[in-house]
Design a binder for this molecule. Structure first.
Ligand code: FES
Length: 233
């Protein structure tokens, strides 16, 4: 089935104090992502990239929380009243986002929040980027990572200070992910060794994992590793 990658811009206005704006936005976006997945199960590789919240000048007490959503949409996606998969995706996005905002009305500034497809990400765009990438001249320092997954043990080397999820995925270790933004918990892991070699726990991990942080749980997509470690997934 042919498919097209779409990028969408989402603007969420949250009603919150400065220090709560980020966690509030994560909560609402997490809810949105879950609803979207249920509304369009055939859409793959949903990925949400959140930006830092900023105070909205015209509306004190509201924080602007922009995000970019990427998705791979199959051409057989349908929706009542939509003539093609793009219109269907647009309608699903709009309706799901509106429903999410309504259900979280105590947290969301409804009049300014919106979502729209902004562009199609054609395959050649990604190929062009890959071609333009600079050639690595100096070999990267590597670190050892051991992963317990599905009853198997993987022992791989990944570049130091690389994102842990991307690093092990690139070595064929299939740690699952959905958003790579810390809002879905699909990539949840439990660190067995080498926690001291990982980047500090961030706000999104605290929000998603709560007390599990104390038992060694992390969100793999939010972690970089500067030394050896071992984890299970
Ligand atoms: S992939 Fe969603 S939290 Fe990591």
């Amino acid at each position: 089935m042919p498919e097209t990658k779409y990028g969408s811009r989402i603007y969420l206005g949250v009603l919150a104090e400065a220090d709560a704006a980020g966690p509030t936005a994560v909560r609402v976006y997490q809810d949105f992502l879950g609803r979207l997945r249920r509304a369009a199960p055939g859409v793959k590789e949903l990925r949400l990239e959140l930006e830092e919240p900023a105070p909205r000048k015209e509306t004190p007490g509201v924080y602007e929380c922009w995000a970019t959503l990427k998705a791979v949409v199959p051409h057989d996606l349908t929706r009542d009243g939509a003539g093609n998969h793009r219109d269907a995706w647009r309608a699903i996005l709009r309706d799901t986002f509106q429903a999410t905002c309504q259900l979280n009305h105590e947290l969301v500034h409804h009049t300014s929040s919106r979502v729209e497809i902004t562009r199609e990400v054609f395959p050649f765009e990604e190929e062009a980027r890959a071609e333009a990438a600079p050639v690595e001249e100096t070999p990267k320092e590597m670190i050892r990572v051991k992963v317990l997954l599905g009853g198997q043990v993987y022992d791989v080397e990944i570049p130091k200070d690389e994102n842990l999820l991307d690093g092990v995925n690139a070595k064929g270790v299939d740690v699952k992910w959905d958003c790579k933004s810390g809002v879905c918990d699909t990539c949840q892991i439990r660190v067995l060794k080498g926690m001291e070699n990982l980047s500090p726990v961030n706000d999104r991990e605290r929000e998603m994992l709560g007390d599990k942080i104390n038992q060694g749980y992390r969100l793999c997509c939010q972690v970089t590793a500067h030394g050896p470690c071992e984890f299970e997934h």
